[in-house]
Structure formats: C-alpha cells, structure tokens
Ligand binder design. Structure first.
Ligand code: ADP
Ligand code: MG
Length: 243
C-alpha cells in the first residue's frame, strides 16, 4: 500500500545543499507493522515525513495505494495527510488548551464531521486507549504515557490508512514505553492497522513484521520475521521482563 521508489532527499539551507536520503526503495503492505531503526542523523525522521507527505522528495516517487503523493501540491498534500495519515510524535504534540477528548476530536472538527459521529468516535477511541476517565482533563495533568495514548487516539480519529510514529516511546520510561507499544501492537493485530514506527528500542522492533535499518540515508538491512519467530521472541522478552 505504500510504495517508495528511488527517493532522494536533500535540504538546502543558506545555499548549502545537504544530501540526506540517497535512493530509498521501500514497500509496505496493508496491515504490516514496520520498524525503522538506525543511528541518529541517518535520515529516519526525514523518511517518515516523506511517507506522510510532510516533506517532498527531491526526486523519486511515493505512492499510497493509487495516490501519487509526490505529484501533489502543498494544499493537496495537507488535505490528503489530514484524512489518510495518523502521525504520532516523540513529544506527543497535544494542544494544551484543549481537553483530552477535544484533542482527539480535533481532526474530526477540522473535517466538519457531525457532532453525533464525533462524540461516538471519540468515546470509542478513548475506550480503546484506556482513557475514558480522563476525557475532560487537560494534557498537562496526564503522565507522558497517557499523553502519548491520547496522541494515538487522535491519530486514529480519521481512520487513517497508515499510522506513522517517530520514536513514540523516546520520552517515556521503560514501563510506559512498553504500554504504548503494546497498544500499537494490539491495534495492529486486532484492527489490522498499518504502522511504520521509527525507534531505537529493540523491544519495539520485536513487535514488527519487518525491521529496516537506515544508515547514512540508505537502507542497509531488512529483516522480516515469521509469526513463529515473533511469538518466540515475544515469549522470551516477556519472560525476561517478568524475572
Ligand atoms: P534521524 O531521524 O535518523 O535522526 P533526520 O532525518 O532527523 O535523522 O536527519 C537526517 C539529516 O538531515 C540530519 O543531518 C539533519 O540535520 C538533516 N535535516 C533534517 N531535517 C532537515 C531540515 N528541515 N533542514 C535541513 N536539514 C535537515
Ligand atoms: Mg529522528
């Protein structure tokens, strides 16, 4: 469903050209959970922003299903992004003056969804992420893990084709980080959600169907795992965590 062909990305700052991605090819299937790993500065966030239409490639093409993202203008991309892509960031990016429930409802307001539809959907999403009791609270009153779960609910509000998460556990302690990952993994398994997550965390990568390693703007390794391997790995991790 995501097809990236020969992507090159360079940034120009003050006349200086900085090449960041040097020819990336990547396919993500519907319902797949892909982890992107690699050293800091290797271009992971840039790649994720290209996948989500936040940035445009310098050359190459990005397709989401039958839509050519790289051919859209700024305005078309903004609309497409709002309706089709769920973003989750390291620092949550919640709106501090809105309550939990208003944050989750925000994309639906922006798309002028009906009040009925909005309130039903928001209630269901808060239930999924386990924050029904916090609906009327402001983000500042919540723990980091809870804030990230609000961000995940918000990312899901438009029923996106794909959720893109950039180091979603980067600001969380181990326990909270694992809860966030388990939530993403549950959504992947039970709702068939397509997820691409940038992470440094091997535990996070353990949930993935495929781990892609980026180094210096290139994909240097791709590891797929079968269900069997994953189940064994998860059992092993759970045992280690419980001892
Ligand atoms: P990672 O997420 O793997 O740490 P990034 O994709 O954030 O890496 O950054 C890769 C390189 O691209 C870095 O050298 C960074 O400075 C550069 N870069 C990222 N975004 C921009 C930008 N908007 N303008 C200029 N350079 C950028
Ligand atoms: Mg990054």
């Amino acid at each position: 469903m995501i097809r990236v062909d020969r992507i090159i990305k360079q940034f120009e700052t003050e006349g200086q050209v900085q090449p960041v991605l040097h020819g990336i090819d990547l396919h993500v299937k519907r319902g797949e959970f892909v982890a992107i790993m690699g050293p800091s500065g290797s271009g992971k966030s840039t790649l994720l922003q290209l996948l989500g239409g936040l940035e445009r490639p310098s050359s190459g093409e990005i397709h989401l299903d039958d839509v050519n993202l790289s051919a859209m203008n700024e305005r078309e991309r903004t609309l497409f992004r709002r309706r089709n892509i769920g973003f989750v960031f390291q620092n949550y990016q919640l709106l501090p003056t809105l309550t939990v429930e208003e944050n989750v409802a925000f994309p639906l307001y922006a798309e002028r969804a009906s009040k009925m539809e909005t309130s039903t959907r928001v209630a269901r999403l808060l239930e999924v992420v386990g924050l029904t009791a916090q609906a009327g609270m402001f983000p500042a009153k919540l723990s980091g893990g809870q804030q990230q779960r609000v961000a995940i609910a918000r990312a899901l509000s438009m029923k996106p084709r794909v959720v893109l998460a950039d180091e979603p556990t980067g600001n969380l302690d181990r326990q909270r980080g694992q809860e966030v990952l388990q939530l993403l993994s549950k959504l992947h398994r039970e709702e068939g959600l397509t997820i691409v997550v940038v992470t440094h965390d091997m535990f996070a990568a353990g949930f993935a169907d495929r781990i892609i390693t980026v180094q210096d703007g290139r994909i240097v390794q791709e590891v797929s795992r079968t269900e069997v391997v994953r189940d064994e790995l998860m059992a092993d991790l759970v045992e280690k965590l419980n001892t």
